[in-house]
Design a protein around this ligand. Structure first.
Ligand SMILES: *Cc1c(COP(=O)(O)O)cnc(C)c1O
Length: 230
């Protein structure tokens, strides 16, 4: 099956999930997560018209993006260290993993003086798992406030989460629901326009769409299994 065939199949599944939830499928974007996949696979994804490319490591994106070309936006979906922030700004159109004030401040400082405004998502550790990246739900209002007050070069577009791993997608549902509720709370509290929700991966994207995902991040269902590392 070609990438385009797989993408068409995924889109059908998104449309069906939207129908079950009474949603408009045009409100769901598909990010093709190309980590470990070779350049030609990423090029094929871009040619097939996927909405965005997602990579979780800055170094890997640095090796790939210049060779892929095209106008498709790239999203950073993995943890970002402060010392890689500058490189990340050169490679990504959107950063989904802002999860602490130091990182927001670093990005703001790097962008200060330019007229670029970077769209960002806050990554929320919605299951409250120890040793997982993302900020705790309770800490999110303070970070939103900081972005709004002190980071004019960052534009808060949405929330992102990776729920606790569970082979049964139905068990991810309460976490997706919790992220949606958090978004609505933040919108009300800070008078924001609707936040996007980046949630759902290969195993659970249909449940995520039923619960309001506006962006699903899909790796294996689009590219096949991940390639072994070098
Ligand atoms: C790898 C990854 C994905 C995609 O995972 P699949 O299960 O292959 O769809 C989505 N989000 C993040 C943050 C990832 O690291």
């Amino acid at each position: 099956m070609s990438f385009a065939d797989r993408l068409a199949f995924v889109r059908e599944r998104v449309v069906a999930a939207c129908a079950r939830a009474g949603r408009d499928p045009a409100t769901v974007t598909i990010v093709a997560v190309s980590k470990t996949q070779p350049i030609d696979a990423v090029t094929e994804a871009v040619a097939a018209g996927v909405d965005a490319i997602g990579e979780n490591r800055v170094q890997e994106a640095a090796a790939k993006r210049p060779l892929v070309g095209g106008a498709t936006p790239w999203h950073l979906i993995g943890p970002l260290q402060r010392n890689k922030a500058k490189t990340a700004l050169d490679l990504f159109d959107l950063i989904e993993t802002v999860d602490r004030p130091e990182l927001a401040d670093r990005l703001e400082a790097l962008l200060g003086g330019s007229d670029r405004v970077l769209p960002v998502f806050l990554e929320v550790n919605i299951g409250g798992e120890a040793q997982k990246s993302g900020l705790n739900r309770e800490a999110s209002p303070a970070l939103v406030e900081r972005l709004l007050k002190r980071c004019p070069h960052l534009c808060l577009r949405g929330l992102m989460t990776v729920p606790p791993y569970d082979p049964d997608p139905q068990r991810s549902r309460p976490h997706f629901e919790a992220l949606r509720r958090l978004a609505r709370e933040l919108e009300t509290r800070f008078a924001l326009s609707p936040l996007q929700l980046s949630m759902g991966m290969t195993e659970d994207f249909e449940v995520a769409v039923e619960e309001g995902a506006t962006e699903v991040r899909l790796g294996r269902v689009l590219f096949g299994e991940r390639r072994p590392g070098p």
